[in-house]
Design a protein around this ligand. Structure first.
Ligand code: ADP
Ligand code: MG
Length: 330
């Protein structure tokens, strides 16, 4: 990871800036990894529409390729094979998947286990899908919780194998693979000659170059209102990810249950409404936004401050907004 000095101006006042008109940018919308994808290329720098479309095609193909490798929901993917063999044997995986799992393990170590891809043992217990919402009984959670522990994921750097030590353990890359896919999609755009662009997959975004010589204007969503923004950031050559309790959730008996789990309790993490992280790459911003969300505002901000090149905005459970030092209000 490199260490850019990030000085970000958060403009809280003029939130009425009109969106870029279609004439100024090329756009493509799609759905990959069950997520809305939006590709944007600056029309100020690139006028050949056929070339832009070919680049967009390449970026989407790249994300689909990664989904086929890293989705734990599909049968037969390399990661599903690792899960199938839990407690039995080490499974060789493609180098790329190995790298993403290794990166996840690093974030687990940094966050003292707040981030843990072995949360996936809980997949069948909780369900946040619309119409299939499921609040598990406390006994079910207590039964599965011992399976959640990143220290039981064994990586062999030489053989490039992954072994889940306990039977019924599982790993899931929902909090990191999307960020990785965004990085690879941007790489595909750049390789196709598109140097000024945005790749957005749900809450994960890579912002490359400029639009007509100016940084891109990126809004941070307010966790409690779709219409309001927390603010806007002028960004260039950086990644930004937001994890929120409003993405996948259900409400039961007046209590909001959402999809970001505290591995220590087996229940949704309660300290934050949303966390936005800026980082040199999107795999990192994706994983850290989830990690900080689980850690909560105090420990989360400590983690952000301790990491070079990382900045963040935390909205705590009371709605209070906390900024790291590199984000200065304008
Ligand atoms: P989004 O998917 O909305 O971008 P996140 O990046 O925060 O949000 O990822 C949330 C997803 O990550 C969950 O849907 C689940 O698949 C997985 N997950 C939930 N809790 C954790 C955790 N503590 N550590 C790692 N992954 C998690
Ligand atoms: Mg994430």
């Amino acid at each position: 990871m490199y260490k850019p000095v990030v000085l970000i101006l958060l403009i809280l006042t003029s939130l009425t800036t009109p969106p870029l008109s279609a004439a100024e940018v090329f756009k493509r919308n799609s759905v990959v990894m069950g997520t809305d994808i939006e590709l944007t290329a600056s029309a100020a720098d690139e006028t050949d529409e056929a070339r832009v479309n070919a680049a967009f095609d390449a970026a989407i193909r790249e994300m689909e390729r990664i989904e086929a490798e890293m989705s734990e929901w599909r049968d037969g993917t390399p990661i599903s094979l690792v899960n199938q063999k839990s407690g039995k044997e080490a499974v060789p995986v493609p180098d790329e998947l190995f790298q993403v799992i290794a990166a996840a393990q690093k974030v687990s170590g940094l966050s003292n286990g707040a981030f843990d891809i072995s949360w996936a043992a809980m997949r069948g217990v909780w369900n946040f899908a619309k119409g299939q919402e499921r609040l598990p009984a406390p006994e079910e959670i207590q039964k599965m919780l011992p399976l959640v522990n990143y220290k039981n994921i064994e990586l062999d750097e030489v053989k490039k194998t992954v072994f889940l030590r306990k039977p019924e353990m599982a790993i899931g890359l929902g909090a990191i693979a999307k960020g990785y896919a965004v990085d690879k999609a941007m790489q595909a755009l750049v390789n196709s000659g598109i140097k000024n662009a945005i790749v957005k997959a749900g809450g994960d975004m890579r912002v490359q170059g400029t639009n007509d010589g100016k940084p891109w204007d990126i809004g941070i969503r307010h966790p409690r209102s779709r219409e309001r923004l927390l603010g806007k950031l002028p960004l260039s050559n950086i990644s930004i990810s937001t994890s929120g309790d409003y993405e996948r959730f259900f409400i039961k008996d007046g209590i909001l249950y959402h999809h970001i789990m505290d591995p220590k309790t087996g229940y949704p993490a309660r300290g934050c409404q949303s966390v936005t992280i800026l980082a040199p790459d999107t795999m990192t911003s994706d994983a850290l936004s989830t990690a900080v969300f689980v850690l909560g505002p105090e420990d989360g901000m400590k983690l952000i401050k301790g990491l070079p090149g990382i900045e963040g905005v935390i909205v705590d459970s009371q709605g209070k907004v906390h900024y790291s030092a590199g984000i200065s209000l304008n």
